[in-house]
Design a binder for this molecule. Structure first.
Ligand code: GLP
Length: 240
């Protein structure tokens, strides 16, 4: 794994070597990583070099540190294609995972001028303000903060919003979700988001801002979703 004659830095070679072992299935998600001491003895390299490689792999999401327990091989990242306008529930089901929602906040409020501008409604119009943690097989994946004009989903309840809002809108409220524009931005988890997503404060988070319209052009929702960067990567298809 390590070639001391190579111009590549040793920590980098170790990093690539560990990544390859994960890819080849030599190291499995959930396995404990050999200790710093073991790596340094096996390859006759300094523990500081090993530490640097490990900490880079933790930042990149290949490894996971559990306090008092050690370093583990992380679960593989989800690759979500940004082409289709899918819901969280659909994405998880497609992967054979059980979606679940923890409702943090569900309220009807009058839209502020800024929010009204985004939703293209009059300021003061009633909107649902919904904040939810989305889980897959019990693991928090994303935290969402969502606004929908209340008149579009007049019968929406907490129970329905804990399930799939897209499913409810289309199959029960008779709405036709049409298209969306998304912006993606890298942020770090603040205390509150870190607690909800069960990551350390300062961890990398992918923030996706989505504005969705119905087929007739009406704005249906504006949503900020915070995805764990150690669990997610997004793929964009491009044509020339
Ligand atoms: C994704 C999108 C959100 C959307 C949500 C609907 O998470 N980023 O913009 O509101 O899906 O999910 P569901 O239908 O599961 O409530």
């Amino acid at each position: 794994m390590i070639n001391k004659e190579s111009p590549l830095p040793i920590y980098y070679q170790l990093e690539e070597g560990i990544k390859k072992q994960i890819e080849d299935g030599v190291l499995h998600p959930g396995d404990t990583l050999p200790s710093e001491r073991e790596y340094s003895e096996i390859y006759s390299i300094s523990r500081m070099t090993v530490r640097q490689a490990i900490s880079n792999l933790v930042t990149e999401g290949f490894l996971e540190r559990k306090r008092g327990k050690g370093t583990f091989i992380a679960q593989k990242k989800f690759k979500q294609n940004l082409k289709g306008l899918t819901s969280f529930t659909e994405e998880m089901k497609k992967r054979g995972l059980e979606p679940e929602t923890i409702m943090i906040h569900f309220n009807k409020i009058p839209a502020s001028i800024t929010l009204a501008g985004k939703l293209e409604i009059e300021a003061g119009t009633q909107v649902f303000e919904i904040k939810r943690i989305r889980l897959a097989d019990g693991t928090p994946m994303a935290y969402e903060s969502l606004y929908v004009p209340a008149h579009l989903l007049p019968e929406l309840t907490i129970e329905l919003a804990k399930s799939s809002i897209y499913d409810y809108a289309e199959s029960m409220a008779g709405l036709e979700i049409g298209q969306a524009v998304q912006e993606l931005e890298a942020v770090t988890a603040k205390k509150r988001e870190a607690a909800m997503l069960e990551v350390k404060e300062g961890s990398p988070i992918l923030c996706i801002m989505r504005k969705t319209r119905l087929k007739d052009g009406t704005v249906f929702e504006v949503v900020d979703s915070y995805y764990r960067a150690d669990r997610y990567k997004f793929a964009v298809e491009m044509e020339r």
